[in-house]
Design a protein around this ligand. Structure first.
Ligand SMILES: Cc1ncc(COP(=O)(O)O)c(C=O)c1O
Length: 366
């Protein structure tokens, strides 16, 4: 039997959803999975289940640079407040975190560049506040693996090639809720999309629109699901070479940062443009070259947003360069060449000031 080669295949896509690659299975990488953890379909679902389990009457404090969709979903469970945490090197601005006994705080390792020690100090000084750490951007970081928080969560499909998965654990050994109900149909749709994308990358006659449609329907169906992770994800997770994938992603991000003014890894690389128009133009330019860059995360002042102008301003100017474990050295060079040729890439700060170092402005009200 012969198969048609896909029409007009140019250079293959960089970024976008993961495909399924059995080479990631080395059967040697499960030691990072926390004992006593529960595997939900999504990170948001795991957080929702935790809030319902704890039934605290206080507020949930959320970082001002965060996924607004998740914040909105959580606001349906509990009143929320914001504290300033920007993608710079300043960490959480403690003076803006006005948590009271009985409140919860969502602490995040933003792009994998934060450290646990300041949070450990804060937790020790505020024993009546429940801190939940979000390790979605680097579930294998030293901080995640040695966490001392009451609870921690990580959305796994952001960094690992699995269709779903939201890990919830208690480093302190508290009881965590279990996922309720059945697996999400969304995970099955996403897995179908991953398998078809792998075939497409392999030159098989698969229409890109078909696996894109499966990915999108799958993501839509999966959104916020608090049920269990799929059997597929549960089975492959302990077999994945998660540490090797992490290392490859960090190496690639650093290689890119040696060429282009981006802030590198552990979670891919971030680039700040001078303004939103230039950022959006750069997203289009990258897409025209088959490089699909997401934005972490848009903040629409007309909808749910942090009230932190500086966070919203950065959200409008930043993009994530999709340099992860999948990239070859040639892919990294291709991304660098496109970025260097783009007028929008020019860093807004003086040379050497770093990619994401905004000028100070007033902090948000709690
Ligand atoms: C930092 C962070 N935490 C948690 C979540 C929620 O994860 P999930 O998409 O698995 O619900 C997201 C989703 O975008 C996220 O970006």
């Amino acid at each position: 039997m012969t198969y048609a080669v896909p029409l007009e295949m140019g250079p293959l896509d960089i970024g976008s959803e993961f495909h399924w690659d059995p080479a990631a299975l080395t059967a040697g990488g499960g030691d990072w999975l926390p004992a006593g953890g529960e595997l939900f379909a999504t990170g948001c679902g795991a957080l929702t289940a935790l809030l319902r389990h704890l039934r605290l009457r206080g507020r949930l404090h959320i970082p001002s640079y965060f996924c607004m969709g998740v914040a909105e979903a959580l606001s349906a469970e509990i009143p929320i407040a914001w504290y300033r945490h920007l993608p710079d090197e300043g960490g959480p601005r403690w003076a803006t975190l006005r948590a009271r006994p009985g409140d919860l705080v969502l602490a995040q390792n933003l792009f994998g560049r934060d450290h646990g020690e300041p949070w450990n100090d804060w937790i020790a000084a505020h024993p009546a506040v429940t801190v939940v750490e979000d390790h979605s951007h680097d579930p294998l970081s030293t901080w995640a693996r040695s966490s001392r928080a009451p609870f921690a969560v990580a959305s796994l499909r952001k960094t690992l090639p699995v269709p779903d998965g939201g890990l919830l654990w208690s480093p302190r050994g508290h009881q965590v809720p279990r996922p309720a109900g059945g697996e999400s149909e969304g995970a099955h749709l996403k897995l179908a999309g991953m398998l078809l994308k792998a075939a497409w990358l392999d030159g098989r006659p698969v229409a890109k629109d078909d696996f894109r449609a499966l990915q999108q329907r799958g993501e839509h169906t999966l959104l916020g699901d608090a049920g269990p992770a799929s059997a597929f994800t549960a089975a492959v997770l302990p077999l994945l070479d998660a540490a090797g994938l992490r290392r490859q992603g960090i190496d690639n991000a650093r290689a890119l940062a040696a060429e282009v003014p981006v802030e590198a890894g552990p979670f891919r690389a971030q680039l700040v443009c001078a303004d939103q128009n230039r950022r959006d133009a750069l997203l289009r330019r990258l897409a025209a070259h088959g490089i699909y860059a997401p934005v972490h995360w848009r903040q629409d002042r007309g909808g749910v947003w942090s009230g932190d102008d500086e966070a919203a301003d950065l959200a409008a100017r930043m993009l994530t360069v999709p340099v992860d474990h999948r990239c070859s050295a040639a892919d990294v060079r291709r991304i660098a060449a496109v970025l260097l040729a783009a007028p929008e890439t020019a860093a807004p700060e003086p040379a050497g000031a770093g990619a994401a170092r905004p000028a100070p402005r007033p902090a948000p009200a709690a």
